[in-house]
Design a protein around this ligand. Structure first.
Ligand code: CP
Ligand code: NVA
Length: 314
């Protein structure tokens, strides 16, 4: 299949944030730092020479596609890009059969799809590691990039406060997994009817999760204020209803003013200025959204390398 030798350890996937231990997350982030520093010095880092990544997109993407594709080529590997429409997935080939076939031909797979159960079914029939490039339930690669970006700007995230304003979507649930693992507090404010589902979150300690009716209260003292679109991919039919329900959940200067004086703003993008965030905030001095987007490249290179080669010394 390839000349490089992927490590012979057990098959690992990254389907949700908590699939990795805290030590493994910290390793990937430290490795992303090394990989980013070499990238900035134009030093080659070709640890995945001759290896091949298949990317399967069942939803649209800009950042995820470009970061995985550029990242794999920079690591010395190559990429195959598939969508539902241009593959047999669009003609009802079972996801299990697709997994069996693709994973006999490539070394690694990244999938962006709808239900988490769909990527779990793929992974259960895959011979190679599978990465979640976003599902309805989780977006773990984005949160890896966000944590890395937070550390770059603010230092350790342990003991800090992150304010999540808006929809209890794939990003919010992944933030909660990260808070539980890495030991920071997540303040969440969502409109009535759009909150975290109790059955999905269990009973996190009050030092990890606090929920607020008023978004201003969630932002008070936060070291990071973050939000996302009001309507995620796959929920477009609810768009009009959501625009009305979320009108007061726009991150604006008033919200940033009550946060920590050194607070930063993040958004996974794509953003809608004037909806979930004001132009003044996303284009203002506290916003780190472009670093956040760039960091997808560096953390995912570290992630792919870890899944294929394990922990490396240099
Ligand atoms: N943030 C993110 O995943 O962006 P794309 O939808 O453009 O991949
Ligand atoms: N929550 C958004 C994130 C897009 C990157 C969505 O799922 O559409």
């Amino acid at each position: 299949m390839s000349e490089a030798t992927p490590h012979s350890g057990p098959l690992r996937h990254f389907l949700q944030f908590r699939d990795f231990t805290k030590d493994e997350i910290n390793y990937v982030i430290a490795r992303a730092r090394l990989i980013k520093d070499k990238f900035k010095r134009y030093e080659p880092h070709r640890t995945l020479h001759d290896l091949n990544l298949a990317m399967v997109f069942e939803k649209a993407s800009t950042r995820t596609r470009v970061s995985f594709e550029a990242g794999m080529y920079q690591l010395g590997g190559s990429v195959i890009h598939l969508t539902t429409g241009d593959s047999q997935l669009g003609r009802s080939e079972p996801i299990e059969d697709t997994a069996r076939v693709i994973s006999r031909m490539v070394d690694l797979v990244m999938i962006r799809t709808f239900e988490q159960t769909r990527i779990e079914r793929f992974a259960a029939h895959s011979r190679v590691p599978v990465i979640n490039g976003l599902t309805n339930e989780y977006h773990p690669c984005q949160i890896l990039a966000d944590i890395f970006t937070f550390i770059e700007h603010q230092g350790s995230i342990e003991g800090k406060t992150v304010a999540w304003i808006g929809d209890a979507n794939n990003m919010a649930y992944t933030w909660l997994q990260a808070a539980e693992m890495l030991g920071f507090k997540l303040n969440v404010s969502t409109p009535p009817g759009y909150g975290l589902e109790p059955a999905r979150i269990g009973q996190p300690d009050a030092s990890i999760l606090e929920q607020f009716d008023n978004p201003i209260d969630a932002c008070r003292g936060a070291h990071l204020v973050t939000t996302d679109v009001w309507t995620s991919m796959g929920y477009e039919d609810e768009n009009e209803e959501r625009r009305r329900a979320f009108a007061d959940w726009c991150v604006d200067a008033e919200m940033m003013a009550v946060a920590d004086p050194h607070a930063i703003f993040m958004h996974c993008l794509p953003a809608h200025r004037g909806e979930e965030v004001s132009a003044e905030v996303i284009d203002g001095p506290q916003s780190v959204v472009w670093d956040e987007a760039e960091n997808r490249l560096h953390v995912q290179k570290a992630l792919m390398e870890f899944l294929l080669l394990g922990q490396l010394k240099a």
